[in-house]
Design a protein around this ligand. Structure first.
Ligand code: NAP
Length: 257
């Protein structure tokens, strides 16, 4: 076992929204660090494919894949219980990645459909709360929660009020959860990625995706999913044991906060 694989030995991670995109990249990253990996999404074939991709690496990673709706407390509770059984009674790391993102309508605030506003908040803000609540009893001392926010919170990205507000709420939720779960030696942090080239991002920007924002970055290149993975591994690993309630912007230096 390498030093990196030892980091995740006998530790279980649950990544939500792991049918593709960043969620799949996170799952692959945790597998490479030796974690037991559980992946869940409302897209069951998608997470089964993620598990198959990891299995094909031949690293012997223990895998669990299942259907999950993060807006449904019963679904959250059922998945948490199953993953805890898979994890020998523990969920050491929860990555709240599931979100409405690429399919969120971009329109001026006057034109946002109130039903869509509610749907975005239900998945992006209520979802991380419901999942953390469901997993809370299984998070041991030393446990970690990593929430996905967005650098759009700092740029105030126009015509996306519901999405941006939901991701701002994630930062606030992260701070409250850090205080409450910190009493049990559990850290809670957020990652705020900049625009990253996932399929969902391609849905939003089409042909312009590869060059979008590149000229505003300190690093003059687009962001790939693997560029975000290191932050999740760091916040979940031994080097981040005294970091909590923080939001790490990972955007190649496009925003300075
Ligand atoms: N890519 C970027 O540039 C970027 C930048 C900043 C932040 N982020 C954040 O990073 C995360 C991943 O982004 P991504 O680009 O990888 O997007 P993505 O591919 O759309 O990933 C989100 C996943 O969550 C799933 N999901 C949606 N509603 C769900 C629900 N109710 N229950 C369970 N799963 C649900 C989606 O399924 P469906 O596909 O079926 O909807 C999808 O598989 C998101 O939180 C996003 O807001 C992304």
């Amino acid at each position: 076992m390498t030093i990196r694989e030892a980091e995740g030995a006998d530790r279980t991670v649950l990544v939500t929204g792991a049918a593709g995109g960043l969620g799949r990249a996170f799952a692959l990253g945790f597998a490479a660090r030796g974690y037991r990996v559980a992946v869940a999404d409302r897209d069951l074939p998608g997470v089964e494919e993620t598990a198959a991709v990891i299995a094909d690496l031949g690293t012997g990673t223990e895998l669990w894949a299942g259907a999950l709706d993060v807006t449904d407390a019963r679904s959250a509770d059922a998945v948490a219980a199953e993953v805890a059984t898979f994890g020998r009674g523990r969920i050491d790391v929860l990555v709240n990645n599931a979100a409405m993102y690429g399919n969120v309508t971009r329109s001026p605030l006057e034109q946002i459909d109130p039903d869509e506003w509610d749907a975005v908040m239900a998945v992006n803000l209520k979802g991380p709360w419901l999942m953390t609540k469901a997993c809370s009893d299984y998070l041991p001392p030393g446990g970690r929660v990593v929430n996905l926010s967005s650098a759009t919170v700092y740029s105030g990205s126009e015509n996306w009020a519901h999405y941006v507000a939901s991701k701002g709420g994630v930062i606030a939720l992260t701070r409250v959860m850090a205080k409450e779960l910190g009493r049990r030696e559990i850290t809670v942090n957020a990652i705020a990625p900049g625009f990253t080239l996932t399929d969902a991002s391609l849905d939003i920007m089409g042909d312009q995706a590869a060059s979008y924002g590149v000229d505003r970055g300190a690093l003059r290149r687009s962001s790939q999913p693997d560029d975000i993975v290191g932050a999740a591994l760091f916040l979940s690993g031994p080097d981040a044991q005294y970091i909590s309630g923080q939001t790490l912007v990972v955007d190649g230096g496009r925003q300075f906060i």
